[in-house]
Design a protein around this ligand. Structure first.
Ligand code: PLP
Length: 402
């Protein structure tokens, strides 16, 4: 690898976000390729036995095995770290691999976690089911109220874990207040920032210790691959996270890393355009359905807070119909352009009924308590012409009796 300007922080840290997203992390091989190379290799060869020994001893720079290092994966990690404004980043095979690793790498039996109650279904499973199995206790609170975090703290509390905006209720967490409570008490705050991405919200700027991502969503942005990432201080990543992921192997494939590198090149453009369209669609829906949950709209109870910590509200929001599951399904079935799909962050517009898909495994009382009603629909607004999206919704709403 020669020209490494994309990896030289004394240069790249001066670049603005859109430039970092395209050039950050780039390391060119001796061929001088303009687009990042895809290194599909599981291992590496050494010039001599002494080099192999020196590399394993950490006395020589270089790669040893793709569970531990891969040039394409490293380019992506450096690019995400730069976008996040983090000292370090490690990627993983999926967002859930990242969430699992970020929790298990720092917790042990006897520890306690405080987590936001509105969350991605599998994140709730980690908190409600997996951690308690290992003697790690958890308290689930309404993360919209910072005081509930403070009240839940015990001497053995190690981690605050929450997402903002939350999936799919669009609850917003006051990053500065909650991360401040964690800092004061020596608790690690872990923010699942999948909905906003660093293009719209950088939790580390508000005092968060660690951010965790499903890069499957806006970072790939075109519905192609699964990927995850964890960002934080060099100390956290090198000394707490790294040995866990190297030895348990939730490694991201080089191919998927390459796809996400290409996705990041257009992240800024996509997320701003999709946010703009989502706001237009949200305004249209406000006139037609009883409730729209969109942090970019003044009707959202936390609109001011959301806009104080996000550059734009993002492409995803939820809305509710009064006719429950029957009416929600009728609306979905009448769509002609927007796909029925539980994915988000895609350049295609997608709509899902969380109660019967992403949150079907959450017990009904817990689901209702989280705010995921039977009449709730979640919409990911893509890059199509927004007028076509509104026309499709208009005809589908009419079919559903709205
Ligand atoms: C999708 C998602 C995840 C899980 O990510 P995968 O890449 O699907 O494993 C975690 N948190 C949030 C908020 C998500 O939207």
């Amino acid at each position: 690898m020669k020209r490494r300007t994309g990896q030289d922080r004394s240069i790249t840290a001066n670049w603005r976000p859109a430039t970092r997203a395209i050039r950050g992390g780039t390391a060119r091989s001796e061929f001088g390729e303009t687009s990042e190379a895809l290194f599909l290799t599981s291992g590496y060869a050494y010039d001599c036995a002494g080099d192999a020994a020196a590399r394993f001893a950490g006395e020589q720079q270089g790669m040893t095995y793709s569970r531990l290092q891969n040039p394409t994966v490293q380019m992506l990690e450096e690019r995400i770290a730069l976008l996040e404004g983090a000292e370090a980043c490690r990627t993983m095979a999926t967002g859930m691999a990242a969430m699992t690793a970020v929790l298990l790498c720092q917790l042990q039996t006897g520890d306690h976690v405080v987590a936001g109650r509105a969350a991605f279904g599998s994140c709730r499973w980690l908190v409600d089911t997996l951690l308690p199995r290992f003697g790690i206790t958890t308290t689930v609170i309404d993360a919209r109220d910072p005081q509930q975090f403070a009240d839940a703290v015990r001497p053995e509390t190690k981690v605050f874990f929450f997402e903002t905006p939350a999936n799919p209720t669009m609850d917003v967490v006051d990053l500065r207040a909650v991360c401040g409570i964690a800092r004061e008490r020596g608790i690690t705050s872990v923010v699942d920032n999948a909905f906003a991405t660093p293009a719209l919200q950088r939790p580390l700027d508000y005092g968060a210790d660690v951010t965790a991502y499903s890069a499957t969503k806006m970072m790939d942005g075109q519905g192609r691959v699964l990927a995850g990432a964890v960002c934080g201080s060099a100390d956290f990543v090198e000394n707490t996270l790294l040995s866990f992921i190297r030895n348990t192997g939730p490694t991201l494939s080089a191919f998927n890393a390459w796809v996400v590198l290409k996705g990041l090149e257009t992240l800024d453009l996509r997320i701003r355009r999709q946010s703009e369209s989502a706001l237009k669609v949200g305004r249209f829906l406000e006139g037609r359905v009883p409730r729209v949950l969109h942090p970019g709209l003044p009707s959202h109870p936390q609109h001011n807070l959301a806009m104080s910590q996000m550059d734009a509200a993002g492409p995803i929001f939820a809305f509710e119909v009064d006719g429950g599951r029957k009416q929600a399904h009728a609306l979905l079935d009448a769509l002609q352009l927007i796909d029925i799909s539980n994915n988000i962050g895609d350049s295609r517009s997608l709509m899902t009924h969380p109660a019967t898909t992403t949150h079907h495994s959450v017990a009904e009382d817990k689901r209702i308590e989280m705010g995921v009603s039977d009449g709730m629909l979640r919409l990911n607004v893509g890059l199509e012409d927004v007028d076509d999206l509104i026309e499709d919704l208009d005809q589908a709403l009419r079919v559903a009796g709205l």
